[in-house]
Structures are given as C-alpha cells and as structure tokens.
Design a protein around this ligand. Sequence first.
Ligand code: AMP
Ligand code: ZN
Ligand code: FE
Ligand code: FE
Length: 293
Amino acid sequence: MRPAATVGARSGATVDLHLHSTASDGLLPPAAVVSAARVVGLTAIALTDHDTVDGIEEARATAEHAGIRFVAGIELSAEEDGVEIHVLGLHLADVASLHDRLLELRADRMDRARAIVARLAELGVSISYDAVLAHAAGGAVGRPHVARAMMDAGAVSDFREAFDRYLGAARPAFIPKKKLTVGDAVKLIHAAGGLAVWAHPGTHAGDPLLSAVSAAGLDGLEVLHPSHGPEMVARLSALCDARDLVPSGGSDWHATPGATRTLGSQAVPFEWLERQDAALAARGSAASTIRAS
Ligand code: AMP
Ligand code: ZN
Ligand code: FE
Ligand code: FE
C-alpha cells in the first residue's frame, strides 16, 4: 500500500521543493541557494523561479558538486475563474522546450513593471523603471524588485510596507500579469516532462476551484508551505490521498533579510519526493504502453 502523505512520518531526511534565486525575485544567485541548502542539511532541493529556467544549469552543477539531489523546476502564474493560481513545474526534463513561451512571459513582466512605475508616479511615488530593472539584474522582473527600488528611494520603510500600501493584491499600484490558463500551464510543464503541482493552494482550496484545477490535469498539491497552518496541511494531505495527487512542499524561500520564511523550514519528508518519482515513472510506463499498442 502506498504510504499516506502524513507529515509526521519523517525518516529524518528532508527536502525543499520551492526556492527562488536571482534568476527571478530571490536575493541569492542559484549556486548560493544550493550552498545554503547544503549548510542546513537538505538532501534534495528544487529551484522554482518565476517564469524562468535560467538558474537551473548553475544550480544543478553546484548541487552535483555538493552531493544534493537537484530537481529542475519553475513557478508559473496562471488564472482560473479570475483567481491567480501558481503552478509549480517539478522534475522538468526538457527545460529548452519552455524557452519561447517563457520569453513572452518575461517580456510581459517588463511591460507590467513599467506600468507599475507609472502608476506609482501618479500616486506620488517617484522611482525609475531603470532602478527596478537594476534590482532584477537581467532576471524575471517582479513586484519584489519594485519594492526594493521603493525602499532605495525612501518611499517605504520596508518591503512589507511596499506590498501593504501599494503593490499587494487590490492595492492602488497593483497591476496583474498576463497569465496562462491553468490548463496551458499544465500542458507546458507536461511537455517539458515535469509534474504540475498547485503551489500554496491554501487560500483557494475550499471552493470549487480545486475541481476545476484538478480537471486541468494537475499532478499534485503543495501541502507544506509557510502560508499553511496545521489544519490546512492535514486537509491537503487528505486531498492528495483521496484524489491520487502527489504531495509536495517547500519554504518558498527568497533569502529576504528579516523574513520569517527560512530555508528548509517546512521539513518536507524525502518520502514525498519518492512519491513524485513514482508518479513520473508510472507516467513513463503508461506512455510506453500506449506507444507499444
Ligand atoms: P509577481 O510575480 O511580480 O506578481 O510577484 C510575486 C512575488 O511577490 C511573490 O513570489 C512574493 O515573493 C512577493 N509577494 C507577493 N505578495 C506579497 C505580499 N503581500 N507581501 C510580500 N511579498 C509579496
Ligand atoms: Zn517570488
Ligand atoms: Fe507563488
Ligand atoms: Fe514562490
């Protein structure tokens, strides 16, 4: 029988399958993320930058050197019924297949950052688009880079204030990204050989969205995430078992100074990674059966 997604059943080894680097809005370069993971004793990690796989090569090489298992990943922003849903792609085997679509998504992020800067100007906050781009340093541009430029300009005293007053959902300088449908995000991830996992579903899992999102071909749910309390974790674990979805988890670490999220904090059991491996293997054998018939 397959082991249940029980959080308490730890064999000791833990993994972290949701991490960001400077390839998107994290503060540490990919190699430094891996080194930090080694220091805290993680046995496997996934790099899951927003809309980019540019950090993967560096992270993979560093992880191989450090003796840590590396999972190539990504975090895509999608939309279902007007709600923003993040979808993690884990175990991407063919990252090159994503290239063209990711270029478009990142170009859209640049247009949106420019629009946010213009909106902030209307609100009396003067920062330059170049300052935002300087924080992004060639990576996928996001609101955290805008927040850092606002801090530099003294417009806000900290990161949280930037989101609470201006950049967060429904705040005056919030501008949505162009998003994929969940179905398209799942297709992209599957075409690259990965598993599609609903990231931090905690805020939406109670409504019919779960059915809609599962119907899009999702493979798993991110059960452990800093935004999930114990009750949510129990509910999501049960959902994974009931609907044959793989559990995943991670700290969604961005290396932000002073942030409460710490690397490895979710203590995701290694066994969950093995369940993901089994799901991939089952898909592979199903595909070869279809080819052979
Ligand atoms: P974006 O991809 O540009 O929409 O930015 C999303 C990122 O902004 C997330 O991954 C978080 O790092 C950060 N973020 C979003 N909302 C908040 C918030 N309310 N407070 C702090 N950081 C946030
Ligand atoms: Zn982020
Ligand atoms: Fe997210
Ligand atoms: Fe994330």
